[in-house]
Design a protein around this ligand. Sequence first.
Ligand SMILES: [Zn+2]
Length: 216
Amino acid sequence: MPRTATTSAPPGLLTWGPRELPVPYVARWSGESVSTAGLVVKPDGSGLAYEDEVAADRDGHGVLWARMGEAVGVGRPDYRAMSSHRQRVAALCKLCQVCGGPADRTAKGWLFLMPAAPPGEEGCAEPEPIEGTLTTKPPICHPCAELAVRHCPHLAAPLYVRSRKPRVWGVFGGFVTPSPTGALVNSADTYMPYGDREAAPWFLASQLALELTRCT
Ligand SMILES: [Zn+2]
């Protein structure tokens, strides 16, 4: 059962298991399954839709989203996966991805935590330029940034980035298109910018993508 941390951790932070490992607000629980049931091609062939589609299945840009249940604390947390709903809320509202409270913001911008180098490229001399980086990871608050560095193996050499303007850029997810036999086929996950009228009808979003601009 998940519990609320009792030590110096930020309020609202869930922990899990006998070692009381912190569970990020955006982490997906095994009870939160993705369902593509009812996903079809529109009768006029112009794109994807749900048979029983409701307004909440699309965002303000008309992009269709994968359906995922909301069941915090049910089953096991998956630290590598994010809940579509909580990721989107945190990215839009600038909530801390770990505790769900307000993310850290100073005159230099919102705080983001990035791995310094992609896996397998440790020791890379030239850091990648950060300006304009696309990310699906929401910002973070100060206490949680320290906590994450202590607990996340992939943040061994973290990069603290401040972005004055984390801009809603588009979505992350995959294209779903009909094969010659009519069955729907998923592509590998990728980013899609908002405003791409040709691609958008065939895209199934699972996360909101931010572009980090005016970075330090
Ligand atoms: Zn936090």
